[in-house]
Design a protein around this ligand. Structure first.
Ligand code: NAD
Length: 507
């Protein structure tokens, strides 16, 4: 156990930042839910949980707002998102600081998360002029067939602690330009950032002028509050981000009432370091993907397959990178790995390392770091003889399992041989290997990269994964379609009524 110097209070700073962001005191004081900073373990605030009746009221209000908002032209709806993006730009430093205090992200990653919100706002503003449908050739003379896209209704957003603000924004920015309204249940571990985002959103609404009230609301609480949102008949779509266990509960519940689910669940992401890989680049890519955000990204690199011809050259360098990273207060310059979110996460990490040892793994690092009351650990590198059960499950902590491979097809098969299917990558300078990896018989993940790690996606592409990752896609590309309903329209401008498929029905 490494003992380091004590660190500055998080609670005092949280109060200042919440005030700067315009979050009313009444929202973060006097409630029953204590909000702790993973940096020091201090209580920063006491927020108020929503009751089921509060959720119902929020959905009803958002539904009423939807009935008006759907009539506002989409580019005008985009103007609200543009104004919100401006608020985010102005508040970037403060909101980033709050992300650090509440989720424990190092400053540059916390600012990156706010930047991601700004980016998706910019993207959504453009899409607000691009909500297009196809015109399709019809078999009937003097007819036209086309599809139109209409607003859907109230979108429920359930989010995880590790991207406390960006994931909501991926959903909300698109939902709002699509003519929908939102009710957001943030992680019970990160409600303060949600309250701050709501305050910034309200500033944008005030500047917009004539927006209906209740376009977006926050309901705080744990599972029961999420369930109330999932069960509400006036919520046609729930976008839920979190563990596979959560998706397993939420998916069938939504299916029961035929509501749409957009599921963004756990990952167990891999990278392959091939014989021709640029090892300098691979070291950097692997180090960030595996240790960044203290291993708490859905896209964190958790499994590494290194070709036997480069294993002995690569591993010592990777171990050196692991030994060199500074673990500590994420507010401090030079720190690359902050705390885990809580004690349970730290214990889960230690349990997984023990299971790995039992399965023949050789563990380097991974010990707890005693730093104030936060939950810090050194990232762990585990050399595994095979892909044991512990490797196949997602442990939300900085553990990288490393395995040797000889044959690329076998490595790809191992990579795909896990329940999850979020992100993947290969480091190679062999064009055939790169193309194979991203081909139909290559990676089975929603994200497959070449010569970059599996984490740190940008908003322009559709984000999400297959299998137990849930199949949802959000953010860029044509993800906006998830937030709208499609109508197929056939118009007859002739004077006869030809039926499709040559059917006759003369009356
Ligand atoms: P979690 O599943 O514990 O909680 C996520 C959210 O779901 C929280 O708001 C929680 O209150 C809510 N929730 C839990 N059970 C629920 C239920 N039965 N009904 C309704 N709501 C419920 O996840 P976490 O620990 O906050 O986040 C880490 C997990 O999220 C990891 O598995 C990670 O891979 C995943 N994640 C996935 C993505 C993605 O885009 N695929 C992004 C971020 C995080």
């Amino acid at each position: 156990m490494t003992v380091q110097t004590p660190i500055a209070s998080a609670a005092a700073e949280a109060g200042e930042v919440l005030n700067a962001l315009g979050v009313a005191d009444v929202l973060w004081t006097g409630g029953a839910r204590a909000v702790r900073s993973p940096i020091t373990g201090e209580t920063m605030a006491h927020v108020h949980d929503a009751s089921v009746a509060d959720v119902t009221a929020a959905v009803e209000a958002a539904h009423t707002a939807f009935l008006a908002w759907r009539n506002v032209p989409a580019p005008r709806r985009g103007e609200l998102v543009r104004l919100f993006g401006e608020e985010l730009r102005a508040a970037k430093a403060d909101l980033g600081a709050l992300v650090t205090l509440e989720a424990g992200k190092v400053t540059s990653e916390a600012l990156g998360e706010v930047q991601e919100m700004i980016d998706i706002c910019d993207f959504a503003v453009g899409v607000s002029r691009q909500l297009y449908g196809l015109t399709i050739a019809t078999e009937r003379p003097d007819h036209r067939m086309m599809e139109t896209w209409h607003p859907l209704g109230v979108v429920g957003v359930i989010s995880a602690f590790n991207f406390p603000v960006a994931v909501w924004c991926w959903n909300a920015a698109l939902a709002l330009i699509c003519g929908d309204t939102c009710v957001w249940k943030p992680s019970e571990k990160t409600p303060l950032t949600a309250l701050a985002v709501q305050a910034l959103f309200e500033r944008a609404v005030a500047r917009f002028g004539d927006a209906p009230a209740s376009l977006s609301a926050v309901v705080i609480g744990a599972r029961e509050v999420g369930e109330a949102l999932v069960d509400h008949p006036k919520v046609p779509l729930v976008s839920a981000t979190g563990s596979t266990a959560m998706g397993r509960a939420v998916g069938p519940r939504l299916a029961r009432r035929f509501a749409r689910a957009l599921l963004e669940l756990g990952g167990n992401n891999a990278a392959i370091v091939a014989p021709t890989a640029d090892l300098d680049l691979a070291i950097r890519g692997v180090a960030f993907a595996a240790m960044g955000t203290a291993g708490q990204r859905c896209t964190t690199l958790r499994r590494l397959f290194v070709h036997e011809s480069v294993y002995d050259a690569f591993l010592p360098r990777l171990k050196a990178a692991y030994a060199s990273v500074k673990v500590g207060d994420p507010r401090e310059a030079g720190v690359l790995v902050g705390p885990l979110i809580d004690q349970a996460a730290l214990m889960g990490m230690q349990r997984a390392l023990e299971d790995a040892r039992q399965a023949g793994g050789q563990v380097h690092g991974g010990g707890a770091v005693d730093l104030a009351q936060g939950c810090y650990a050194r990232p762990a590198l585990v050399e595994m003889p095979a892909q044991a059960d512990v490797v196949k499950r997602e442990t939300f902590a900085p553990i990288l399992y490393v395995m040797r491979y000889r044959d690329l097809d076998a490595a790809i098969a191992l990579q795909n041989d896990v329940p999850q299917g979020l992100s993947s990558s290969i480091f190679t300078n062999d064009m055939r290997e790169a193309e194979l990896f991203i081909s139909a018989r290559g990676s089975d993940c929603g994200i497959a990269n070449v010569n970059i790690g599996p984490s740190g996606a940008e908003i322009g592409g559709a984000f999400g994964g297959e299998k137990e990752t849930g199949g949802g896609r959000e953010s860029g590309s044509d993800s906006w379609k998830a937030y709208m309903r499609r109508a197929t329209n056939t118009l007859n401008y002739g004077k006869t009524l030809p039926l499709a498929q040559g059917v006759t029905f003369d009356v």
